[in-house]
Ligand binder design. Structure first.
Ligand code: NAP
Ligand code: MG
Length: 405
């Protein structure tokens, strides 16, 4: 069998710990035997980020802007414990934060439905996709630990020197303050990608903020969405038979729990961070969720929504067997390869991405799965495979799938 050709390289962002181990296995067993893989490789492993003073992260984001499609492995976000463990020069920023800030855009996360892994919320019949704004708010904040009595003010100095002031609080003792921001342009990009995604998927779009409390800040998000919807999208939504629905974030949470699913839920950055973990766990597992950053100018970054699975990695290092779920990382690769195929007009590459996803789902539905799924499946007599056995089982399934195509 001749290998499937590629034209433009993918930006490959390697990562850390257990996901780095799975990354190599996925390439060796599921991609390289079938695809003449072209990538521009960036090692975002913590050690290499430290060696390059984190320049590698910036370079990988620049490459993504240039080439259009990236696939990213989970990476460690440094904290004090990691600084000690890796002897870091400093506490580097979260690579995801750096990349998202450079690329802007919206992160779409959707559960991967599989027969035998049922959502814990009985009413959910179809997947719920989270659209997470990927810029600003608490992720780009400025914070001050207030040592004692004093006045905290919000000051904006315009380019012409005019000042606008707002008192935050008159402190009589110690406390904390935080400044956050967002940009009209970024919010509009977020809104546009949500409306376009809803039309593409033919699903309703929900959006929620806390604009009753945060009248100016969250109010701006609400207004930009509504203006864009009224000016550009209302007729297209009506023609597609879908709706745009705005409500308060707490009301949205209550409604999501009682819904049947099958819609897109647009969330501000923090809400999306928290709610996507809740949704993925409720739909089965953190490892059963796709995640793609959709950016302006046709730029895409595919990743897994979970972390580097540190606890499993330490078991692996001790020579113990692990059963880590590689599905989200496999779907990051298939998503990136499919998008590359679509952009470059390579139908064979698109078909390969489809086959890889089918093979992964078929393996689980045949009863062979990793421990996280074996614990919760409704299938009778599931077989729990270790990390590598699971990937090899998918490879077998994939060979069959490609041979019969
Ligand atoms: P995590 O890697 O998401 O894992 C938390 C727990 O969830 C695991 O211990 C495991 O539970 C379960 N789990 C997650 N992914 C799994 C998978 N693929 N297969 C099976 N079980 C899975 O979070 P963490 O351990 O708190 O964080 C580890 C590192 O990841 C941190 O340094 C953090 O900064 C980083 N992180 C990176 C990203 C990213 O790059 N996208 C996102 C989040 C966190 P059991 O132990 O019970 O089996
Ligand atoms: Mg999170």
């Amino acid at each position: 069998m001749s290998k499937i050709a590629m034209r433009t390289p993918l930006v490959e962002m390697d990562g850390d710990e257990m996901t780095r181990i799975m990354w190599q296995m996925i390439k060796d067993d599921l991609i390289l035997p079938f695809v003449d893989l072209k990538t521009e490789y960036y090692d975002l492993g913590l050690r290499h980020r430290d060696e390059t003073d984190d320049r590698v992260t910036v370079e990988s984001a620049e490459a993504t802007k240039r080439l259009g499609v990236a696939v990213k492995c989970a990476t460690i976000t440094a904290n004090a414990a990691r600084q000690e463990e890796y002897g870091l020069k400093k506490l580097w920023k979260s690579p995801n934060g750096t990349i998202r800030a450079m690329l802007d855009g919206t992160c779409f996360r959707a559960p991967i439905p599989v027969k035998g892994i049922e959502p814990v919320v009985r009413t959910w019949k179809r997947p719920i996709t989270i659209a997470r704004h990927a810029y600003g708010d608490v992720y780009r904040n400025a914070e001050i630990r207030v040592p004692g009595a004093g006045k905290a003010e919000l000051v904006f100095t315009a380019a012409d020197g005019t000042e606008t002031r707002e008192t935050i609080h008159e402190f009589s003792g110690p406390g904390v303050i935080q400044g956050i921001h967002n940009l009209d342009d970024s919010i509009a990009t977020f809104a546009r990608s949500c409306f376009e995604f809803a039309l593409e998927k033919r699903q309703d779009l929900w959006f929620a903020t806390k604009d009753t409390i945060s009248k100016t800040y969250d109010g701006r998000f609400k207004a930009i969405f509504q203006q864009m919807y009224d000016a550009e999208y209302r007729p297209r939504f009506e023609a597609a038979g879908i709706t745009y629905f705005y409500t308060l974030i707490d009301d949205a949470v209550a409604r999501v729990m009682r819904s049947e699913g099958g819609f897109i839920w647009a969330c501000k950055n923090y809400d999306g961070d928290v709610m996507s973990d809740m949704l993925s766990s409720a739909f089965g597992s953190l490892a059963m969720m796709t995640s793609v950053l959709v950016c302006p100018n046709n730029v895409y970054e595919y990743e897994a929504a979970h972390g580097t699975v540190q606890r499993h990695y330490y078991k692996h290092l001790r020579g113990e067997e692990t059963s880590t779920n590689s599905v989200a990382t496999i779907f990051a690769w298939s998503g990136a390869l499919r998008k590359r195929g679509e952009l470059d007009g390579l139908p064979e590459l698109v078909r390969f991405a489809d086959a890889l996803e089918h093979a992964t789902i078929a393996t689980i539905e045949s009863g062979r799965m990793t421990g996280d799924l074996a614990r919760i499946t409704t299938l009778p007599n599931p077989v729990k495979l270790n990390t590598e056995e699971f990937i090899l089982a998918i490879a077998d399934e994939l060979r069959g799938e490609l041979a019969s195509a």
